[in-house]
Design a binder for this molecule. Structure first.
Ligand code: C5P
Length: 314
């Protein structure tokens, strides 16, 4: 019987980019937060003598061959498990394809969950994270879910205490941002601004300290956190480094951020974009922000953050 799995999205609550590593990836510190906004992935699988993978989607932008993240995940998982199987994966897209919301990465994680259920596979936690990291830097986070610290190239994930549930507006401008290009632009900016390796490292340390302070509930300036570490993170000054290279190229995105910021606890670009998000203390503020974004001619979704327990139990 086919197994249908919700394939969630993520935003980045702060993202600091560090040095370019010898393997071509950049050192990162980020906090991921999973959102209820989702695609659906349906997996049908049976053991066979030889592996055959089929990917289907009504969305023509989705590659249906080995370039597809769900394909890669299924292939890696079967190799790891030492099984051959005939596997069909159907991807129902609601999320933007190249948006900074980790949609393709979420699809891969959901495909793994579906495959495991279909075949009764029981891969060990570290093996699951390992193959997820091989598929992409922001795939492992979806196997953890909720509020997640991302280190290394973003693939080294650590569960943080879940933030209290918050309303979220995701704005999806019709602008494509290439992640590898955004990283290259960051390197170029670093050269221009003569960012030394020490200064680069200090940026990562600063965000790490803000995260540690936020989640330990210890406020550097005192005051009531009202139980939400995000307030402390915002107070300490989280930011997404990609904004420094993406906003100058696409000034419209900065304007949309400003629209989202009205009434928000925090608003920012997600990943390298072009999706932007605002987090709100109540549904009404979120609804009003979505109306303003749409009035500016940009697609907006009203959603909410999703906790680790909700994501894993789904
Ligand atoms: O891991 P993922 O497939 O998402 O990475 C896509 C590309 O983004 C990489 O090939 C690399 O160019 C860039 N990247 C990076 N540093 C990271 C993550 C991604 O430079 N931490």
């Amino acid at each position: 019987m086919p197994t249908r799995v919700s394939s969630y999205s993520k935003i980045n609550l702060g993202l600091a980019i560090g040095a370019l590593r010898a393997d071509g990836f950049h050192q990162l510190v980020t906090v991921y937060q999973t959102l209820a906004l989702s695609d659906a992935v349906t997996v049908t699988a049976r053991r066979a003598v030889k592996t055959a993978i089929t990917i289907r989607s009504k969305d023509a932008r989705i590659p249906t061959d080995g370039r597809n993240t769900a394909w890669k995940m299924v292939e890696f998982a079967l190799v790891k498990a030492g099984f051959a199987a005939v596997v069909e994966v159907e991807i129902e897209k609601n999320l933007p394809v190249q948006g900074g919301l980790g949609a393709g990465s979420g699809n891969a994680a959901a495909a793994l969950v579906g495959l495991e259920r279909e075949l009764g596979l029981n891969l060990a936690g570290p093996s699951r994270l390992e193959i997820a990291a091989e598929v992409g830097s922001d795939v492992p986070l979806f196997l953890v879910g909720g509020t997640v610290l991302g280190l290394g190239r973003g693939e080294a994930v650590y569960p943080l205490p879940d933030l209290p549930e918050m309303a979220c507006v995701v704005a999806v401008p019709e602008v494509g941002v290439s992640t590898p290009q955004a990283f290259l632009d960051w390197d170029r900016l670093g050269v221009q601004e003569k960012l030394t390796p020490e200064a680069s490292h200090a940026r990562l340390s600063k965000l790490s300290r803000a995260i540690a302070a936020g989640f330990s509930g210890v406020s550097a300036v005192g005051g009531d956190l009202a139980g939400n570490p995000l307030l402390e993170l915002v107070r300490t000054g989280i930011e997404n480094d990609f904004e420094k290279v993406v906003f100058p190229l696409h000034p419209r995105l900065r304007e949309i951020k400003h629209i989202l910021e009205v009434g928000a606890v925090y608003a920012a670009l997600s990943g390298s974009g072009s999706a932007l998000f605002g987090l709100y203390a109540d549904d009404q503020s979120a609804e009003q922000a979505a109306v303003r974004v749409r009035a500016a001619g940009v697609k907006a979704f009203v959603t909410r953050t999703i906790s680790r327990a909700e994501l894993v139990d789904d």
